[in-house]
Design a protein around this ligand. Structure first.
Ligand SMILES: [Zn+2]
Ligand SMILES: [Zn+2]
Length: 328
């Protein structure tokens, strides 16, 4: 069959050759394009959604959604776009079954409306989903903890919702307000892996979003300052901190069983401080009978027996209720 218009033998569409088919294609384009751009982060809004990543791709899709061909059997694609003086220069092409039929170049006035996107609004409005309350067992000097705040602030993710909206310092410690609960959980993970501390989570109803309850979460992390003799509970068993290593500690249970526990493990095993300012007694060894030492409290001069394998002449004892723990 030959082209019904020019008689050429190569027919590709509706009995027409490539050039005659191309002649029949028209572009339908709007008189101008309007797009909202966030003045702070450069996100664009096409329709209702703000697009933050792959903005160029989003812009291409948006433009192609505005420009149509009179015959939708042809496929329209955007080969290039350039903006100069509020005019968008577009290079487009129409193709049929992968064969390019026609090129178009088109100039459309573009108006960029400078706005602030929802995310930047949230950040500047101190939006938060969760708070990390960082507290210190011994907080008369929180200066050294500025370093911890720096480390926490450097925890990032790919997701732009994971932002810190503000950090408030108070007498008690620091409150870090974060855009997502997920970010605070990452911070808690870092803290539990690095520091011995106790944690607590609470949530509060903050409103409703499309019928769903919206909660705000408060994570409390209390960093414990190592002090020998501290009475704590690990796995709900009372024990005493008798030795401090690097990244780990040795605790002794009431039955005398000693165990070395790493810091992350300590957090996992739900450790709690029972007495952070233990009563520490300095005692002198009076005599020894195998593991049993008779000691004298150097303040009260009281003598008593205790199990001790240290072999030294003087020992420190942390007393809790009826139990004595030998430190060291
Ligand atoms: Zn023809
Ligand atoms: Zn923005």
């Amino acid at each position: 069959m030959n082209c019904v218009i020019c008689g050429s033998p190569a027919v590709i569409y509706k009995n027409m050759c490539v050039s005659c088919a191309a002649e029949s294609i028209r572009l339908k384009a709007p008189g101008k394009i309007e797009v909202s751009v966030c003045r702070k982060c450069g996100s664009i809004r096409t329709g209702k959604r703000w697009i933050r990543s792959d903005v160029e791709r989003a812009m291409t899709d948006y433009i192609l959604s505005l420009i149509k061909l009179n015959d939708e059997s042809f496929e329209l694609s955007l080969n290039g776009m350039e903006k100069a003086n509020d005019i968008l220069h577009l290079n487009l092409q129409a193709s049929l079954n992968g064969i390019t039929v026609k090129h178009f170049s088109l100039d459309i006035p573009i108006r960029e409306k400078m706005e602030s996107c929802t995310l930047c609004d949230r950040k500047s409005g101190s939006y938060y989903e969760a708070i990390l309350q960082l507290r210190f067992e011994d907080n008369h000097n929180i200066e050294p903890y500025e370093g911890i705040i720096r480390e926490l602030s450097s925890i990032r993710s790919e997701d732009p919702d994971d932002f810190i909206s503000k950090i408030v310092r108070s007498e008690a410690g620091f409150d870090i307000y974060a855009g997502t609960r997920r970010l605070v959980e990452k911070m808690i993970k870092f803290l539990s892996d690095t520091y011995a501390g106790s944690r607590k989570v609470s949530k509060k109803l903050a409103g409703k979003d499309e019928g769903h309850d919206l909660y705000r979460y408060t994570y409390l992390f209390r960093i414990f300052n190592y002090k020998l003799g501290t009475i704590m509970s690990v796995d709900n068993r009372t024990c005493c901190l008798v030795r401090i290593g690097s990244g780990s500690m040795t605790v002794e249970q009431e039955d005398g069983y000693r165990e070395n526990i790493s810091i992350p493990e300590l957090s996992r095993r739900g450790f709690k401080i029972i007495q952070s300012h233990p009563e520490i007694r300095r005692c002198q060894i009076v005599s020894r009978d195998n593991d049993i030492a008779t000691v004298m409290d150097m303040d009260s001069f009281a003598t008593f027996e205790i199990k001790d394998r240290s072999g030294s002449n003087e020992i420190l004892i942390s007393r809790w209720k009826d139990n004595d723990f030998v430190i060291g």
